[in-house]
Design a protein around this ligand. Structure first.
Ligand code: XMP
Length: 527
């Protein structure tokens, strides 16, 4: 008999005070092969105890510890007898809560800093970027704070300092409480991953149970327990999340999985055939393809408002999906590719803190209408973990590492009214841009890249011919979370080559422009 490990047993709980980096902390802990969960800082003490964490991390925050609201973690954090690491605000609030003092500094520190490690703490011992003449370790770190700790709580020593933050790290080694003013979770802190690994493995004593193979075994076992002998239906879009769900369910329940793939006529070039060959062909998954381009175009005729287009695409999808599902008998479960950031965001939405900028609905609303129960095998996973298990499950790497593609597809990349002829041109322009990115080895250096169809006319000249045709915009962005993004500084020679190819090879396009807008203020998609 094989004894299987509970991969959630060694868990780190991260209490979120609202920092933009909180999800990064959780991801770094997971990259150290340890399971982590994010919860609001004001979690009920009994819930925290019931989770039996092996360690707790307190996140940063845009707030001030000395503000009237003065957010604090529950006292239980410091009574559980497990190590605690406070990061930035997390360190300050821990210091204030345990009897130290925090002052608002007149010097805001934001950006790179060099921290001097002191006292050979367990957290930082032997971890350094350089050593100075006196033998002290120096760390290149990322700082972002105004307040600073000015007096240590009883039992604590100083373990790091900078000129502007003489107390840049604190520790009570006996109780296993640590704080750092800098952000070990961001990659600019070069030794950050090592510091977090030191905390979770050496200080909290967590094993390395959270690996792609173990995650797959755990997901498969859970799906089997959940659905028993029932059959499951999945809306396969060809995106990373639904693809990995398909591969995972295939492993868990084999031919009791049926997928419906709706080709809405707004997909990228050859995408429908690629999805079919990856799933129906290679993995032997039962995929029913529905070519519904005509229905979607009919629903979109004459509509130019972006949100109305999204609504119509969503509604048409549901109608077609329900029609297809009605042909299948006795399916009680609908699988969805919900991932952990969606779960965290909807938790945020229920507290009213999330602000909806665009309605991102794909298959929302389906399970209630269809009286089906939901199975969501990726609910605990971050996108990079989803990709890692996708590769492990045998999905084509190109598919797994594809840039995200919005549910409404080219429907929101053709500005204004969607027409078949526009979609055909856009698909070809998009394929040229993507192929060239791959050929130049640039595809993976950006996080999303695509073409947009602008139905405005511009004059051009080819040979002696005057052209008066439409415009293609190309956009490429670098982003970690898609909430903020920087336009990618692609080489001019590359852009020139892409532009020449698009104008020369596609009739109907007289001009190509490159989008140099960051998010904010511009969103990534144009609609
Ligand atoms: P924005 O344009 O809001 O995009 O900066 C952020 C990310 O979300 C994707 N996106 C969508 N995805 N349905 C989706 O499934 C949608 O309606 C939708 N709109 C935007 C966008 O591609 C980017 O990755």
């Amino acid at each position: 008999m094989t004894v299987s490990t509970d991969i959630h047993f060694d868990r780190i709980v991260i209490l979120d005070f609202g920092s933009q980096y909180t999800q990064l902390i959780a991801r770094r802990v997971r990259e150290a092969n340890v399971y982590s969960e994010i919860h609001a800082f004001d979690i009920a003490p009994e819930r925290l105890r019931a989770m039996a964490p092996r360690g707790i991390v307190l996140s940063g925050s845009p707030e001030s510890v000395n503000a009237p609201a003065g957010y604090r973690a529950p006292d239980a954090v410091f009574e559980l007898g497990v190590p605690v690491l406070g990061i930035c605000y997390g360190m300050q609030s821990m210091a204030a809560q345990l009897g130290g003092e925090v002052e608002t500094s007149d010097h805001r520190e934001f950006g790179y800093a060099q921290v001097r490690a002191r006292g050979h703490s367990r957290l930082l011992a032997g971890i350094e970027d350089e050593v100075n003449a006196e033998g002290h370790g120096l760390l290149d770190v990322w700082m972002s704070h105004g307040d600073r700790v000015c007096s240590l709580p009883p039992g604590f020593t100083r373990i790091a300092s900078t000129d502007s933050a003489p107390i840049a790290g604190i520790a009570d080694e006996e109780r296993g409480f640590y704080g750092v003013q800098f952000h070990p979770e961001v990659t600019h802190t070069r030794q950050g991953a090592r510091i977090l690994r030191r905390f979770v493995h050496d200080i909290c004593g967590c094993a390395s149970d959270w690996t792609p193979e173990a995650i797959i075994d755990d997901c498969v076992a859970r799906v089997c327990r959940e659905v028993g002998d029932d059959a499951v239906l999945l809306a396969l879009s060809g995106g990373v999340d639904s693809s990995v769900v398909a591969a995972l369910l295939q492993r868990a329940i084999g031919d009791r999985l049926t997928c419906i793939f709706v080709d809405n006529g707004l997909l990228r070039l050859d995408e429908g055939d690629q999805v079919m060959s990856a799933f129906a062909g290679r993995l032997g998954v039962d995929v029913r393809r529905v070519d519904a381009g005509d229905q979607f175009l009919a629903a979109l005729a004459g509509v130019s408002d972006p949100e109305e287009k999204r609504r119509r695409i969503g509604r048409t999808f549901i109608e077609i999906f329900e029609e297809q599902a009605a042909k299948l008998d006795g399916i009680r479960w609908l699988a969805q590719g919900t991932i952990y950031p969606d779960v965290i965001e909807s938790a945020g939405a229920t507290t009213g803190k999330a602000h909806v900028i665009k309605s991102h609905h794909n298959v929302g609303g389906l399970p209630e209408r269809m009286h089906m129960r939901l199975v969501e095998p990726l609910r605990e996973l971050f996108k990079d973990e989803v990709r890692a298990i996708g590769v492990e499950l045998g999905l084509p790497p190109d598919l797994v590492h594809r840039h995200p593609f919005p549910g409404p597809g080219l429907g929101v990349r053709i500005l204004g009214e969607v027409r078949r002829a526009y979609a055909d041109v856009l698909r070809r322009a998009d394929a040229i841009f993507t192929d060239e990115l791959r050929t130049a080895g640039l595809y993976d250096s950006v996080n999303q890249a695509f073409a947009v169809y602008l139905p405005v006319r511009s004059v051009g000249v080819t040979g002696d011919q005057r052209r008066y045709e439409h415009v293609i915009a190309i956009r490429a962005v670098e982003t970690v979370d898609f909430m903020t993004a920087r336009w990618a500084h692609l080489p001019y020679a590359f852009l020139e080559h892409v532009s020449n190819r698009i104008i020369n090879e596609i009739s109907g396009v007289s001009r190509v422009v490159y989008d140099i807008s960051g998010k904010p203020p511009a969103t990534i998609e144009w609609e």
